[in-house]
Design a protein around this ligand. Structure first.
Ligand SMILES: *Cc1c(COP(=O)(O)O)cnc(C)c1O
Length: 421
């Protein structure tokens, strides 16, 4: 039970009321708003305890059994647990649990697999790709020659024939698949076939869908890709961090590019949090959670379509959807909609949609996801209510009376579904 309920002062509240009051304000914000950002989630109290633990005190450069510091017995124990559980969860040949984030995981793989100047074929950022997939001023765009594929202009899904054509035309050293804003299932086997035809390496970045992959609700790239990277804090519902899986033949190179290649001491408290989260993901309840994420995404999508919203590709196969505002609110930017929704306690992010004509700071789209609401225990009925609240808010264009009414409905919903602490 948290201290704001018992009235007891925490060590932080006593030592630093200034920081503590910001913490309390953030706790209140998370409690009283609807989190629809597709890449966010609410971790369990057990994961929070691990991340806030004394494992933050320890230097453990190196790997279990081969550390550069004394006193690492429990560090080895926790890192081995995290590795074993990740291996059981995904069925990979080799795993490295040390990357500090998804971006660091991708950096280590590129440095292990490629030379500067090599060619990467990857998804364009404005079509749902990630910064680390070759954005011009990201390290990936600075170090490598980038060729992008996009979604098909008509279907808004990957056109595997076009991706094959680009692969044969540009002979990339590596093909990267995976996305930050792609509402459809990804056919990793098809990507692997193309990579094999041109003798390229394949990296699958499953940062968003990792939780679905872990329980078999999205195809797994693990059997077919050379490298699989992920974050651990999105659908996987662990601490903010990263993970690399790879074939055994790539293990030594990957490990050496994580440490000492790109990182120093691992964040052992976060690795402890990953061990706990992977343990949770191995429980039967986690599959039920992922199934509910999908049911909720389908309900939210259907309810938005009933209210005349257009969704990119017409719907969703996973935990997220992209709303194309141009269809029913042509003059409303993603930026404006995000701001109006935030005022009502509905937290979303503006997002580029494929072939968007607006700038990335404005956008014509919104990205909505259901992982965090599902963690709070919300179901299909709540998704239909929320679709209505989103529509009412955007239609009223920030009108104060509507915002007030929606804000109080959002508060009521949040009270019905408290976040577990
Ligand atoms: C979120 C994400 C990442 C990066 O994660 P960080 O932990 O923010 O560095 C990498 N790839 C994809 C596809 C993502 O969606």
């Amino acid at each position: 039970m948290n201290s704001s309920i018992t009235g007891a002062k925490t060590p932080l509240a006593q030592a630093d009321p200034e920081v503590w009051s910001v913490f309390e304000a953030e706790r209140d914000r998370q409690e009283s708003t609807l989190e629809l950002i597709a890449s966010e989630n609410h971790v369990s109290p057990a994961v929070l305890e691990a991340v806030g633990s004394i494992f933050t005190n320890k230097y453990a450069e190196g790997y279990p059994g081969k550390r550069y510091y004394g006193g690492c017995e429990q560090m080895d124990a926790i890192e081995n647990l995290a590795r074993e559980r990740a291996t059981a969860l995904f069925g990979c040949e080799h795993v490295n649990v040390q990357p500090h984030s998804g971006s660091q995981a991708n950096m280590a793989v590129y440095l292990a697999a490629l030379k500067p100047g090599d060619t990467i074929l990857s998804l364009d950022l404005s079509h749902g790709g990630h910064l680390t997939h070759g954005m011009r001023i990201n390290f990936s765009g600075l170090l490598y020659r980038i060729v992008h594929y996009t979604v098909d202009p008509k279907t808004e899904v990957f056109d595997m024939a076009e991706i094959r054509r680009l692969a044969h035309e540009h002979s990339p050293n590596m093909i990267v698949t995976g996305a930050s804003a792609y509402p459809r299932s990804i056919d990793f086997d098809a990507f692997a076939e193309i990579a094999a035809e041109i003798d390229a390496l394949l990296m699958a970045d499953i940062a968003h869908v990792a939780g679905l992959v872990a329980v078999g609700l999205h195809p797994s790239p693990v059997p077919v890709a050379d490298y699989v990277t992920t974050t651990t804090h999105k659908t996987l519902r662990g601490p903010r961090s990263g993970l690399i899986m790879c074939k055994s033949k790539h293990a030594a190179a990957v490990d050496s590019r994580v440490f000492p290649g790109t990182q120093g001491g691992p964040l052992m408290h976060v690795i402890a949090g990953k061990a706990v989260a992977f343990g949770e993901a191995l429980q039967p309840g986690f599959k039920a959670y992922q199934q509910q994420i999908l049911r909720n995404a389908t309900s939210l999508a259907e309810a938005l379509i009933e209210r005349k919203f257009r969704l990119v590709s017409g719907g969703t196969d996973n935990h997220l959807m992209l709303v194309d505002l141009r269809h029913n609110y042509a003059h409303v930017t993603g930026k404006a909609a995000e701001t109006w929704l935030e005022a009502t306690g509905i937290i979303v992010n503006k997002n580029m949609i494929p072939f968007d004509t607006r700038k990335p700071v404005e956008t014509s789209g919104l990205r909505l996801g259901t992982p965090a609401l599902t963690t709070r225990g919300m179901g299909e009925a709540e998704m239909r209510t929320i679709a209505g609240l989103i529509d009412d808010t955007i239609r009223s264009e920030g009108d104060a009376a509507t915002a007030k009414r929606v804000r109080s409905q959002v508060r009521e919903l949040c009270q019905q579904f408290p976040i577990a602490h």
